[in-house]
Design a protein around this ligand. Structure first.
Ligand code: FAD
Length: 144
């Protein structure tokens, strides 16, 4: 079956905190597992960058639902592509809060003009490579 990848960026509403992220993670894991979506959601400096992988239909349905969520605004699509295989298949959704964990700021700087997480300025390729490197960091277990 054809597989697709969608990457978007959005801005968290003021006051969004860690417990909100946990709720988003719990709901995403539950829903995504049911429909075969995998991916990663990174959050830092009030910005979200998320990648979703799966069939075109379920990605479209999920993205349409996410766009209606009042916990974020100004969503902007970065990439929608047909893919050969999944890069984030280990997780129905992994949420990463970008803080001062070892290695994180280095990866941000590698794909940005400063250490501030500003995914809105990234190209599709940069955002994908950024998320891939985050995945490697977490799979190596050098951060949690
Ligand atoms: P319910 O959980 O029953 O929610 C019903 C309605 O209430 C929805 O409109 C929902 O948006 C809203 N709602 C629920 N909780 C809150 C809350 N705490 N504050 C405000 N409104 C709320 N969902 C996925 O399934 N997969 C994902 O990968 C995913 N990623 C997300 C990424 C981001 C950045 C955000 C902000 C949300 C994400 N969500 C994701 C959640 C998604 O937006 C929907 O809330 C969720 O899919 C709705 O699930 P449900 O149909 O079971 O409805």
């Amino acid at each position: 079956m054809a597989l697709y990848r969608l990457i978007y960026v959005s801005q968290a509403v003021a006051g969004l905190e860690y417990p909100d992220l946990v709720k988003i993670l719990e709901k995403s894991e539950l829903n995504n597992k049911k429909v075969g979506i995998t991916g990663m959601l990174s959050f830092g400096d009030s910005m979200f960058l998320q990648v979703l992988e799966g069939s075109r239909r379920v990605i479209s349905q999920t993205y349409n639902r996410i766009l209606l969520d009042p916990r974020h605004v100004n969503a902007e699509l970065i990439d929608f592509s047909e893919i050969e295989h999944r890069d984030f298949g280990a997780w129905s959704m992994k949420v990463v809060q970008l803080g001062n964990q070892a290695g994180i700021r280095d990866i941000i700087l590698k794909y940005s003009s400063s250490e501030t997480f500003s995914p809105i300025s990234m190209t599709g390729k940069q955002s994908l490579n950024f998320l891939r490197e985050l995945t490697e960091l977490y799979q190596r277990g050098t951060t949690s």
